[in-house]
Design a binder for this molecule. Structure first.
Ligand code: PLP
Ligand code: COI
Length: 346
């Protein structure tokens, strides 16, 4: 019998969903009162112990990232634009008064944990290894102030499609009742509290059969910000519109990649600008973009006054974007933008 540590993971690669499968290990580093991050290490995946007074538990002092490792057609493993996640985690950390992690340390941690869990990376075309770096204020704080110590953890999980039914044409609810983030709030940061704020509107939307919520800008409710877990795009003719990075939306890695593909490969006119609900309702194609969702068509948008069907199957340009992005990630197409970071696993 094999030793438990070298046993192959028992995973049904054909039926992966976007849910957590525990893997062998996680990475952990700490930052104590001096504000300097200490060298981290790989430890078995499992529960951690926290003081009930920890900053993250009481005041939501936490930030995170989401990224993926892929097994590619060249029979190797790559990370997709991890430097962007490193930089975004730094800017999220700054907004939440968390000591930023040096980029090299972040990249090293991500590489180490993917390598240690290499047998959990789905085979080509079966899914990806989702990587979740988190930083939490783990020191005790009673008054409202930053924690004095922090924990950085990176865990991973093999995942499949984010939405049920592979790549459905999403049915989206535009909410006039709830904002995800405040004007001048934490919208540009990947702060854990932003997601807590989105749970109730998402619950209501799902109860009415919607897949996701489209949030309006808190300062100008004519404008669209993003979905709860992805950025949004509308295409009309040769023009691709997406909400500009004015502080209330997450600067998505997939958003940036989509814009580059649109400009450099598809020759579209891209505008990062104010985008109204009406722009979405009257578009030729609408889609969302994010690490977890990849690129997914939006088939119907429902506001309080209107419900507009945009498509019943993925539009041709949305399909183009999705294919180009995935072909680059899986090395079926040249990495002309130098986005891939291959890992030496063997
Ligand atoms: N917007 C929100 C609120 C998200 O949670 C995500 C996912 O991370 C995105 C946009 C897309 O960002 P990225 O493409 O970096 O995953
Ligand atoms: C991602 O796309 O990586 C996200 O973080 C979105 C969601 C799963 C929180």
């Amino acid at each position: 019998m094999k030793d438990i540590d070298v046993m192959e993971p028992q995973i049904d690669w054909d039926n992966l969903t976007f849910s957590h499968t525990p893997t062998r290990s996680m990475y952990r580093a700490t930052c104590d009162e001096g504000g300097e991050w200490q060298e981290g290490s790989i430890i078995p995946f499992g529960n951690i112990e926290l003081s009930p007074v920890a900053g993250v538990l009481n005041y939501g002092q936490g930030v995170f990232e989401g990224m993926k490792a892929f097994r590619t057609a060249k029979d190797r493993t790559i990370l997709f634009r991890p430097e962007m996640n490193a930089k975004r985690l730094q800017s999220s950390a700054k907004r939440l008064c968390i000591p930023p992690i040096p980029e090299e340390m972040f990249l090293e941690a991500v590489e180490q944990i993917v390598k240690d869990n290499a047998d959990y990376i789905p085979p080509l075309d079966k899914g990806s290894l989702y990587i979740r770096p988190v930083i939490w204020g783990t020191g005790p704080v009673l008054g409202v102030k930053p924690s004095r110590s922090y924990t950085f953890i990176v865990y991973v999980s093999p995942v499949g499609h984010y939405f049920q039914g592979e790549i459905p044409c999403l049915h989206i609810k535009v909410t006039n009742f709830y904002h995800r983030v405040a004007h001048k709030g934490t919208g540009a940061a990947k702060a854990i509290g932003n997601y807590a704020a989105s749970l109730y509107p998402l619950k209501l939307a799902k109860e009415h059969g919607f897949n996701e919520v489209m949030y309006l800008n808190a300062q100008n409710e004519n404008l669209v910000d993003e979905l709860g877990a992805a950025n949004v795009f509308t295409l009309k003719g040769d023009t691709l519109l997406t909400p500009g990075l004015s502080g209330s939306i997450l600067p998505g890695v997939t958003r940036d990649s989509t814009i580059q593909i649109a400009r450099e490969i598809l020759g579209l006119d891209v505008k990062e600008t104010d985008v109204t609900v009406d722009d979405f309702l009257t578009a030729d194609e609408v889609f969302c973009a994010g690490t977890a969702v990849v690129i997914c068509p939006i088939g119907r948008i429902t506001t309080d006054d209107d419900s507009v069907e945009l498509c019943t199957e993925m539009g041709p340009m949305t399909a183009n974007f999705r294919k180009i992005l995935k072909d680059i990630q899986l090395e079926r197409r040249e990495d002309v933008f130098d986005w891939l970071r291959p890992l030496d696993l063997y």
